[in-house]
Design a protein around this ligand. Structure first.
Ligand code: NAD
Length: 260
């Protein structure tokens, strides 16, 4: 479905981003993965994508909190592949604490990685995408782009910001064959969620089991975690030719969370 396309997925050494990169490669796209982690493990993932799916797979170590590094990543991929067809702004971090105790450095990092990184990547990639009159920009937002939860001030602010950025860029690029959408997962069991369990235990005075049942799955009427593969399936559809009329949408994949 995506043969000959080139996709960059930021924050794809783990979790949802890795599932997206693999799903794009399965559809024949060349992929650029990005994110932190142990060098050997990243190289194994990159090689597995290239070998399993017979596509070009590259790795960029660009730090999504650094605007200049993001612009350099975009320029490098354009130079190497000749085009960027699919840009997924997915890298993200979380921190859970009451706002009075929220570390300023965590606020700054979450706003930089979860929101400003998408601005920098879109700003750098859009001229090339516009010139070719085809592009798919997908931002991984969250159910927290639509509703809030206590103790997640930075994350909720950044994700609501991503929703606004998505709609704005969708309008600016609508006549260029470009769609810009945000996917809003509910809870997906990834390292990002696993890490916030102890922070939520502390912030709310709960046990691990209570956090999982009464905080995380409480939000989701299905009482099940969303899977990274389900989110990736939507990312593939949004990148396809058939999705050309879907733009500016903030689309939940959240087991009914935001229907409440
Ligand atoms: P994850 O921790 O598994 O993956 C996060 C990825 O981002 C990793 O590859 C990590 O290395 C990368 N990353 C972090 N900081 C970076 C930086 N400065 N520069 C480059 N890469 C960086 O988490 P995930 O759950 O897969 O999260 C992916 C996205 O999905 C995030 O935007 C997150 O907010 C969003 N999301 C997750 C859930 C969930 O329940 N897991 C729900 C809604 C939205």
């Amino acid at each position: 479905m995506l043969k000959g396309r080139t996709a960059i997925v930021t924050g794809s050494t783990s979790g949802i981003g890795l599932a997206m990169a693999r799903a794009y490669a399965r559809e024949g796209a060349n992929v650029v993965i990005n994110g932190f982690g142990e060098a050997d493990a990243i190289e194994r993932e990159r090689a597995a994508i290239a070998n399993e799916f017979g596509v070009e797979a590259r790795y960029s170590a660009a730090d999504m909190s650094d605007g200049a590094a993001i612009a350099a990543m975009i320029a490098g991929v354009e130079a190497e592949f000749g085009a960027i067809d699919i840009l997924v702004n997915n890298a993200g971090i979380q921190f859970v604490a009451p706002i009075e105790e929220f570390p300023v450095a965590k606020w700054d990092a979450i706003l930089a990685i979860n929101l400003s990184a998408a601005f920098h990547a879109i700003r750098a990639a859009l001229p090339g995408i516009k010139a070719r009159r085809f592009g798919r920009i997908i931002n991984t937002a969250s159910a927290h782009a639509l509703v809030a939860s206590p103790f997640k001030s930075a994350y909720v602010a950044a994700k609501h910001g991503i929703a606004g950025l998505t709609k704005t860029v969708a309008l600016e690029s609508a006549t260029f064959g470009i769609t810009v959408n945000a996917i809003c997962p509910g809870y997906v069991w990834t390292p990002l969620v696993e890490k916030q369990v102890p922070e939520t235990m502390a912030a709310r005075g709960l046990t691990r089991e209570q956090v999982i049942a009464d905080v995380l799955l409480h939000a989701q009427p299905t009482k099940q975690f969303v899977t990274a593969e389900e989110v990736a399936g939507l990312a593939v559809f949004l990148a396809s030719d058939l999705a050309r009329s879907i733009t500016g949408v903030i689309l939940p994949v959240d087991g009914g969370w935001t229907a409440q």
